[in-house]
Write a protein that binds this ligand. Structure first.
Ligand code: SF4
Length: 512
């Protein structure tokens, strides 16, 4: 609980929120997405409460739903000294440009002269900060808690010289001038996790009401396409004791006795089964938004079925036994169908994530996935439950073993989506539009010129026509995601992640 500050509701009818009407510096937490997405992201709460508790800063939050005025103080964004922007997704880049422009803040870093100073973090920005530096003065390469600790220590040096302030923040700060190694929180159990989280009377967070707790960070499976695993390495978890304490305290400040468990693969946590039993014994409802399917035992479904969770989300990515192991997700249809069949019997609906366009993927791999999905669909009909299949093309991500692979061509992706829709029905299949995957690839793999391209695209539409027009005007090549690229074509090469040297020793993963 934040001491000596008054609770405040503001425009979103928030509770667990405090107002400090004056303070130095003025820090804006900018989340270039919806207000709902912002309160579903744990770092929003970590940064807000950490800065309020450990410094005299005046802190407020801005999203695409309130670009002009802070959600608590109603101050204008341009009055702030420091902007901490989150960019977990590639397309946060144009949305950030739009938000700043709507708020009357100079968008281009070179023209802004570091006022307000903008530091961007998050998965997309730290894995390839170059495109983001068209807007931001620096990108923080690492866990945000480390940045917060340093900010609080050096806030007093901000007024005179933002450049010196950036230098004082030390390792992990990338400005495009020197190599930077990622910095990490080593002991997650002892790192800051708020027990009070911002909640709104008007807007529920994405996974519903309740206390959101992060039990682990990173993922030990290191699937070859997965940015989360390589960017968040090493895998760390909070001790069961710590998680229970956080939950006991956190539930006192939410309206529903419910816990949402944040983890890339919760069943890898050594205390997860004890934790779920603890919830049941104490009549706490819970939700596990993402699960790696082969870590779940059949008995675990009995435990999960005691919660109000209705849908089990699993991401096998492929249902080809041949392809599965080569991307880090070995697939065995018999074991998988036994699990899904039990899930249907336990009255869960099932949502599956399928990815296509792996360099090693053959037509036969794709057809095998299709056949297996048909069998799972038949099972869902037989047991009266709903199956949803969400399809995405592989978007090659920096620092992963598939970083140099091409994005699947539009025509081929459309063919595969149409086949899936024809075989499974359009009501079962949803898919990411190819153009969005293409735009994501451009930011994920692009350089500073691509940053400028997206900053300007923010004021047009993400449509094929606008992209081609703008690329011609700026004379920027936007075809590179469709080709296999060499090591020399990695604009993120000065950002060093812990596994880069190992990833570089993995031979090329293409078929040819
Ligand atoms: S199991 Fe999921 S989170 Fe973990 S590495 Fe694989 S895809 Fe990433």
């Amino acid at each position: 609980m934040v001491k000596n500050l008054a609770p405040y509701a503001g425009r979103f009818g928030e509770y667990n929120v405090y107002v400090r009407s004056s303070g130095y510096p003025k820090v804006a937490l900018v989340y270039p997405s919806t207000y709902q997405a912002s309160i579903s992201n744990l770092f929003t709460h970590i940064a807000y409460f950490y800065l309020l508790e450990k410094s005299d800063a005046l802190v407020d939050r801005f999203t695409l739903d309130n670009p002009d005025r802070g959600s608590v103080t109603e101050r204008k964004l341009r009055e702030f000294d420091l902007i901490l922007a989150s960019a977990n997704y590639e397309l946060d880049l144009p949305y950030l440009a739009k938000l700043l422009s709507d708020a009357g803040v100079e968008v281009f870093a070179e023209r802004r002269k570091m006022r307000p100073l903008i530091i961007v973090g998050g998965l997309a920005a730290m894995s390839n900060p170059e495109p983001f530096l068209d807007i931001a003065d620096a990108s923080f390469i690492g866990d945000g808690e480390v940045l917060l600790q340093r900010l609080v220590r050096y806030f007093s040096t901000l007024p005179e010289n933002p450049g010196a302030f950036l230098d004082s923040l030390d390792s992990g700060v990338y400005t495009g001038e020197a190599n930077v190694r990622k910095v990490v929180v080593e002991d997650l159990s002892n790192s800051f996790h708020p027990t009070v989280e911002i909640r709104s009377k008007k807007v529920e967070p994405v996974f519903g009401e309740g206390f959101y707790v992060e039990i682990s960070r990173g993922c030990r499976w290191l699937c070859k396409f997965c940015l989360e695993a390589y960017a968040m390495y090493p895998y760390r978890y909070r001790s069961l004791e710590t998680v229970k304490k956080l939950v006991d305290e956190g539930l006192r400040h939410v309206e529903k006795k419910r816990v949402v468990v944040y983890s890339s693969s919760p069943f890898d946590h050594p205390g997860i089964r004890d934790l779920l039993e603890y919830f049941i014994e104490n009549e706490v409802d819970f939700s596990l938004p993402s699960i790696r399917w082969d870590t779940v035992k059949l008995d675990d479904l009995d435990i999960i079925s005691k919660s109000t969770q209705k849908t089990l989300t699993l991401a096998p990515e492929t249902m080809s036994s041949n392809l599965g192991c080569s991307i880090g997700k070995c697939f065995n249809f018999d074991v998988f169908s036994e699990l899904v069949s039990k899930a249907f019997r336990e009255r869960f609906n099932v949502k599956l994530y399928i990815m296509t366009g792996f360099p090693q993927e053959s037509e036969e791999d794709f057809q095998e996935t299709l056949r297996n999905l048909r069998k799972i669909l038949a099972l869902s009909h037989e047991l009266g439950r709903k199956l949803t299949v969400n399809v995405n093309p592989l978007v090659p991500k920096p620092h992963t073993p598939l970083q140099d692979s091409p994005l699947l061509a539009e025509k081929e992706y459309s063919r595969r989506v149409k086949l899936l829709e024809a075989e499974l029905g359009r009501s079962t299949v949803t898919h990411l539009r190819w153009l969005h995957a293409f735009a994501q690839s451009l930011v994920a793999l692009g350089d500073r010129r691509i940053g400028r391209f997206f900053t300007l695209l923010a004021f047009r539409n993400i449509s094929k026509r606008d992209m081609v027009d703008l690329a011609n005007t700026l004379k920027v090549d936007i075809s590179f995601p469709l080709k296999h690229r060499s090591r020399d074509e990695r604009p993120w090469s000065r950002v060093v992640f812990p596994l880069d040297h190992i990833v570089d020793r993995i031979p090329s993963l293409g078929r040819s």
